[in-house]
Ligand binder design. Structure first.
Ligand SMILES: [Fe+2]
Ligand SMILES: [Fe+2]
Length: 180
């Protein structure tokens, strides 16, 4: 099932794709898949992803998207709090991975990180982002898009782009992962 994502959320959804790519690399490693690289490379690329955009994705949700949504739908607070708890868990685990001595076995940590990322993102995509774009009216979504663009310009050096409603690729990892 392709996901119709409003432009206000498309960048965050594209980040989700990156999370799923990272989780897939972990899964390949765990499964001994022929596409897997070695554990050292998986850890290195995972930390690079986290430091270059992964953690900022969580911050954008916490500082921009979710507070804005809660202004319009205060009753969603409980769901959003649960997502923030997930974020804290993810930060803890990435912190642990960053400081893990090279001789230590990273398998249990990588496995739980990969599984956790997939379930967190699947829930956000299938439930929360759907609710945000279904609940907020067009002018609110445009306001959210502007706030998101400003955050990304400030923290990620991204130039704002104007996108129309985008259908994520039906064969993309995001769709595949969400459907399985
Ligand atoms: Fe999140
Ligand atoms: Fe997210």
């Amino acid at each position: 099932m392709p996901i119709n994502r409003h432009p206000a959320l498309i960048k965050l959804s594209q980040d989700h794709h990156e999370f799923l790519v990272a989780a897939q690399n972990i899964r390949w490693l765990m499964d001994g898949d022929e596409r897997a690289t070695n554990a050292g490379d998986v850890v290195e690329s995972l930390l690079k992803f986290w430091n270059q955009g992964g953690e900022l994705h969580l911050r954008e949700e916490e500082e921009v998207a979710y507070p804005f949504y809660l202004q319009h739908v205060p009753l969603a607070k409980k769901e959003i709090d649960a997502l923030k708890t997930d974020h804290m868990w993810l930060r803890d685990k990435f912190e642990e991975l960053t400081h893990m001595p090279h001789f230590e076995n990273t398998t249990p940590l990588l496995r739980s990180l990969g599984e956790y990322m997939v379930s967190h993102i699947r829930y956000e995509e299938q439930v929360i982002y759907e609710k945000i774009q279904d609940t907020l009216d067009e002018s609110a979504l445009e306001e959210l898009a502007a706030k998101s663009a400003a955050f990304r310009q400030e923290h990620r050096g991204e130039e704002p782009v104007h996108e129309t409603k985008v259908k994520l690729p039906t064969t993309g990892l995001l769709t595949l992962k969400l459907d399985d």
